[in-house]
Design a binder for this molecule. Structure first.
Ligand SMILES: Cc1cc2nc3c(=O)[nH]c(=O)nc-3n(C[C@H](O)[C@H](O)[C@H](O)COP(=O)(O)OP(=O)(O)OC[C@H]3O[C@@H](n4cnc5c(N)ncnc54)[C@H](O)[C@@H]3O)c2cc1C
Length: 463
């Protein structure tokens, strides 16, 4: 198989990138620079972007094992959504509550900051800020909305930031059978993430960053990145490998790599879309435990995603896990049930990738000036926006600048490692299995399923 073909098969988005996907040249031999970044997803690229924006004289190189956007950045649901990655209560254990509120509010601002770069760099990625709507389809989901809004208000949101929509208001956005109510935030945009991440890679190259593709880091150490093609020596080394981090020596327990899988229909007719809605290109999700999420794409497909079955013992990441008939069927059923006008549409794409979940589900950006080593990530599935903030912070940390961002509660945040196998595997299987069965219970009764308490020690902020 040609490399271009293999990359196109990774997602609808990479399949649709108009230019070729042949890798850029690999590292030609030993090299040196000021900052070496490992990984050309949103985290690595935003770090490079802000380094060069603030300090154009810096020599910055990125080494990427495949191609820019190969990871989750080129495969995700395309919701650039405001809201802190991680549980505010966990951050507040170590920081002033006011700082946590500020961090939440900064994420809302970040949506517009990203939009400005998209415009300035001329990245054609279908950017549309239409908000994010999560629809309650069971009484238990409806009940969760009030708690969600209360929690958001406690941590910095104003009434207009997250709103309860009654059924008739939901209908103005989307006609979804069974919708009882909705939770809406205007702080979100829809993008084609493939075109976005590839466009960002082109933008950093224009700023003078060397992007070496097909160059795997086999060791990441203070002052150097070792690859099969040579060693990159650098004063600062930044790791931006998200879920793939668990493949690196000594990093196996850093994250729980959870698979999320998507499907996309063929382009749907204007008639079908007039029955569904999403005219403002609001991104959409339900409020299930094993929730679905999705968007109306730039070419009028419906793309829907959901969490997948767990990894196998000993091989947490494998391209074979990226397509799972059981998940594709579940998502196809969700289309038939929640978007019946699209029920007969052909499913043209099925793909997936892993998100990186730290033990306390909280993100981090860390830099150690004594070694010159930094890393950022652990977004637990919310990295399209958070990676932008993390990249900005990482640039400030490397440049030893004290800014508004470097004091944020997730900067320097430490999370303990996941348990050894097989406990991590059991945790992963339990999370997905319990969430699936809790949704089943809530479909047939008005109450919230109590069984989610079983997995509470492993989810959101019970570090
Ligand atoms: C199906 C799916 C749907 C999602 N939906 C959303 C969404 O709608 N909204 C949202 O905010 N988030 C979403 N996410 C999460 C989001 O995509 C990620 O949080 C984000 O893209 C992470 O970016 P990153 O740059 O840190 O990691 P990645 O994009 O994974 O980049 C890491 C890069 O490092 C490279 N690499 C790994 N190991 C090495 C090595 N040894 N040497 C060199 N290079 C290496 C990889 O090839 C990869 O390109 C979703 C994720 C998935 C999988």
């Amino acid at each position: 198989m040609q490399p271009d073909e293999r990359y196109r098969q990774r997602s609808l988005w990479l399949d649709g990138v108009p230019s070729h996907l042949s890798p850029r040249p690999h590292l030609p031999g030993d090299a040196s620079c000021d900052v070496a970044i490992v990984g050309a997803g949103f985290t690595g690229l935003w770090t490079a972007y802000y380094l060069k924006t603030v300090a154009p004289e810096l020599d910055v190189a990125i080494v990427e094992r495949e191609i820019a956007g190969f990871g989750a950045s080129g495969r995700n649901g395309g919701t650039v959504g405001g809201g802190l990655s991680g549980n505010p209560r966990v951050y507040a254990r170590h920081h002033d509550a006011g700082l946590v509120r500020k961090a939440e509010r900064l994420t809302y601002q970040a949506v517009d900051d990203i939009a400005q770069v998209v415009e300035k760099e001329g990245i054609d990625c279908g950017w549309k800020k239409g908000g994010w709507l999560r629809v309650a389809v069971t009484p238990a989901q409806r009940e969760r909305i009030d708690g969600f809004i209360e929690e958001k208000r406690r941590w910095g949101a104003e009434p207009e930031d997250w709103r309860l929509l009654e059924r008739d208001e939901v209908e103005r956005h989307v006609r979804m059978p069974g919708a009882l109510a909705g939770l809406f935030t205007p702080h979100a945009a829809r993008v084609d993430p493939g075109r976005f991440v590839r466009g960002l890679a082109d933008a950093v190259e224009r700023l003078g960053v060397a992007v070496y593709e097909k160059t795997a880091a086999v060791r990441i150490e203070p002052g150097r990145v070792v690859t099969p093609h040579g060693i990159v020596r650098a004063r600062h080394v930044v790791r931006a490998t998200e879920a793939f981090t668990v493949q690196l020596p000594g990093e196996r327990r850093r994250f729980l790599p959870l698979y999320s899988l998507m499907i996309a229909t063929e382009p749907l007719s204007p008639e079908v879309w007039s029955s569904i809605g999403l005219e403002d290109r609001e991104t959409i999700a339900d409020l299930g435990h094993l929730f679905f999420y999705g968007q109306r794409t730039t070419d009028d497909r419906l793309a829907l995603g959901g969490r997948a079955a767990p990894y196998r013992f000993g091989a947490p990441l494998d391209e074979r896990y990226e397509r799972q008939p059981e998940v594709a069927q579940r998502l196809t059923r969700a289309i038939a049930e929640r978007f019946p006008a699209a029920a007969g549409a052909k499913i043209t794409h099925h793909w997936g990738g892993a998100i990186a979940v730290p033990r306390d589900w909280c993100m981090s950006a860390r830099y150690d000036p004594s070694t010159g080593m930094g890393w950022a990530g652990g977004y637990s599935g919310g990295g399209v926006l958070s990676a932008h903030l993390a990249g900005r912070v990482m640039a400030d940390l490397v440049l030893r600048r004290t800014t508004d961002l470097t004091g944020l509660p997730w900067v320097g945040h430490r999370t303990r490692l996941w348990e050894h196998e097989p406990l991590r595997l059991i945790a992963c299987r339990s999370i997905v299995a319990v969430q699936r069965s809790a949704d089943e219970v809530e479909r047939h009764s008005a109450r919230t399923a109590r069984r989610v308490a079983v997995i509470r020690p492993f989810i959101r902020g019970h570090g």
